[in-house]
Every structure is written in C-alpha cells, then in structure tokens.
Ligand binder design. Structure first.
Ligand SMILES: [Zn+2]
Length: 373
C-alpha cells in the first residue's frame, strides 16, 4: 500500500498552461471580496478573485439554507442529531481549513522529523485492493480531470507510512504542520470547470452551488477515519463497473462518495430555483456517486485460500478416522464449498469509525536538544 506516487499523480492531473506569472497577477488582486462566513481560508496567491468569490457565495448559500425536507440517511452519516444549516457549516469547517490550487504558486510538503511517533501503528488500508489512492474527488462526468483533492489526509497517511512528520508550505509562504488527517488542506483544480456543472450555461445557479458543495463534502469526509480506514481511501471498482480496475469506488458505506451524494440530495430536495433539467442533472450526479459504493466486495485471495486449506484439513481428518468424525466436522465438511462461496461475496455492512488519528510527538530530536548542556 504505497503512497509514493501521489505527488506525481497530482502534478500530472493539473493544468499546465496556467502559472502565476506577472501577466496574470491581476487575477489574484481583488478590488473587493464578499464576506466569507466560514473559518475556511481561501488561498490569495493561488485562487483567482473569481474562484474565491464562487466559493464564498457557496458558503453563504450554505449559511442561509432553510432546510424543510430531509434526506433520510444524512443525519446518521454526518453523526448529527438533525441536519441544519449550522450543523452542515460546522461539519465542513472541522474538516476543511484551507483551499488552494496546487498548480499555481509554490507549495509543497517538507519533512521536519525522521522520528515521528503516531497514535497508532500504520495499517495497510485494505487487504483486497492493489493500490489505493485518495482524492479522486468527484469525477462525475469524465475521468482524467480532478475536481478537488484532500491533500492533507493523503500527506498524513504518507507521513505515517514513512514514520516522518510533514509540514505543508502554502503558496502564501505559511507553514502548516500536518498533525492529523483533519488538517483539512484541499487542492482544487476542475472544481471551477463549467463542463462538470449541472447547469454549464447559467453559471450562477443554485444547482451549481449544490454540486460544488457536494464535492467539498466529499473531500471533507477524506479528513476522517482511522487505522485501515484512515482518510476513507477509495478502492478499486469491481469487474463490470464503468470504472472497473480504477481506484474510483468505496468499500465503505459511509465513505466520501456516500457523503457527497447524500449532501447533494438534501440540498437538491430543498432547492428553490432548480429547473427540471437542473434536478435531472443533479440526480444523475448523485446516482453516479452512489454507483461507486461497493455493496458486495470480494474477500482477499488469502482468506479464500485459508478457508480452502481448513476445509482440506477437516476432510483429511475425516478420511483418516471416519468413525470418530464429530457432527460439527461433518457439517463443516458438507458446507465447505458454500462457506467459500459465502466468503467470496460478503455483504459489506461495516460502519467504520470516522474518528481521526493524531501525530503524538512531533520531534524526539527536540528532546535531545533540550538535554544538551
Ligand atoms: Zn475522494
């Protein structure tokens, strides 16, 4: 389970024709900006004025929501008693702290200690996936362009795997220590591309805000999870799926695709100015996300082999002393093929703990410094 390719993957997926050169500096100098109602910081040096304005208007929309109808699953998914505008705002702000574009301005991660101590040992994410990869984001309509990515939990997972601690250097030159998957650093790229939107013709529609918020709640969920579910990484889509063989599905029932879809559904149910076309397009996005949740997943080859080996053992024992074979052994023997088949297709009803982990001790080297004369 390696994360070594993530930075390469990010670089590859970003637009290359755009750079924060002197000619484009005007894009980042805004005359006036609307009031951001959240604590989420928007990168001045890598997001254009237009992009920041869009995000702030989405946050204002969320802040002013009056939710009359409710998605039946959402409160349980978000672990809130009731879904309200305040609860949605709070949930998002706990998991997203900073939004930037990794393709513009200088940013990156630096290792600040080679002796970091994490709360729990590193656990491979799953035992049945080849290479899990986070941050696929909501690639609703076509693959290859990423809309957004939770770079914070990815880097935390990678740091943990390597036993180091990372600091994030933002395009504004700020250093943010990556101490938990809740560090909340979100890189956006295709989030502002109209071709993804439910209504690409009328950009300032409610449906488009709902869609972008769905993407942000999806990314926010990647700030959760612990142990093997750290960051709720995506898993391979099964055979026969539209995205078969790609890390674009979830094996958990409360993962990022599920959260994004149900948030979109809740907002869509309360949409005031959605046209029939808007509703139909949003519904298709929700459907696309939910189709990525694997309800039945195969267990590992290892588990199947273990079961078959156990069956063989029982069979051999029964054959060597048939008169002493106990009733239970007989049952196991008869049920062996069924047991294997069952193990091959288990219903994934697991509800994973979304609590994040933390880096406990940042730098033991500091302790050595303190003890120096
Ligand atoms: Zn994702």
């Amino acid at each position: 389970m390696k994360y070594k390719n993530i930075f390469f993957a990010i670089v590859c997926s970003l637009p290359t024709s755009f750079s924060a050169s002197a000619d484009l500096s005007a894009l980042f100098t805004c005359k006036s900006m609307p009031q951001n109602p959240t604590t989420i910081e928007l990168s001045d040096n890598s997001l254009t004025c237009a992009e920041r304005t869009i995000l702030i208007s989405d946050f204002q929309y969320l802040e002013n929501l009056k939710l009359q109808k409710h998605d039946p699953e959402l409160a349980k998914l978000l672990e809130v008693e009731k879904v309200t505008s305040e609860n949605l705002m709070e949930w998002l702000q706990k998991r997203i702290t900073y939004i930037y574009s990794a393709g513009r301005g200088n940013s990156g991660f630096v290792s600040n200690s080679s002796m970091a101590v994490f709360e729990n040992p590193f656990i491979p994410f799953t035992d049945h996936v080849a290479v899990p990869k986070l941050g696929i984001g909501a690639q609703a309509k076509f693959l290859g362009i990423w809309q957004a990515e939770n770079i914070g939990s990815e880097s935390y997972a990678q740091a943990k795997q390597n036993g180091v601690a990372y600091d994030f250097e933002s395009p504004e030159g700020k250093t943010i220590p990556v101490l938990s998957p809740r560090v909340g650093l979100i890189s956006v790229s295709g989030l502002f591309a109209p071709q993804f939107y439910p209504n690409p013709m009328l950009l300032k529609t409610e449906a488009n805000s709902i869609y972008r918020l769905g993407v942000l709640f999806h990314e926010a969920r990647h700030s959760d999870g612990s142990g093997r579910h750290l960051g709720f990484p995506h898993n391979l889509c099964p055979e026969g799926h539209d995205y078969a063989g790609q890390s674009a599905c979830d094996d958990t029932l409360n993962g990022a695709y599920t959260v994004g879809a149900h948030v979109m559904n809740e907002l869509m149910m309360n949409c005031k100015d959605c046209s029939e076309e808007d509703l139909s397009s949003l519904q298709s996005s929700i459907h696309n996300d939910l189709q990525r949740v694997n309800k039945e997943i195969p267990v590992s080859e290892y588990a199947v082999n273990e079961t078959m080996a156990a069956c063989k053992k029982v069979k051999e024992a029964a054959e060597s002393s048939p008169f002493e074979m106990k009733f239970s052994q007989k049952l196991i023997l008869d049920d062996c093929p069924l047991a294997i088949e069952f193990q091959n297709k288990i219903r994934r009803a697991e509800w994973v703990d979304p609590a994040p982990e933390f880096l406990k001790l940042r730098s033991p080297i500091l302790m050595m410094d303190n003890s120096a004369p």
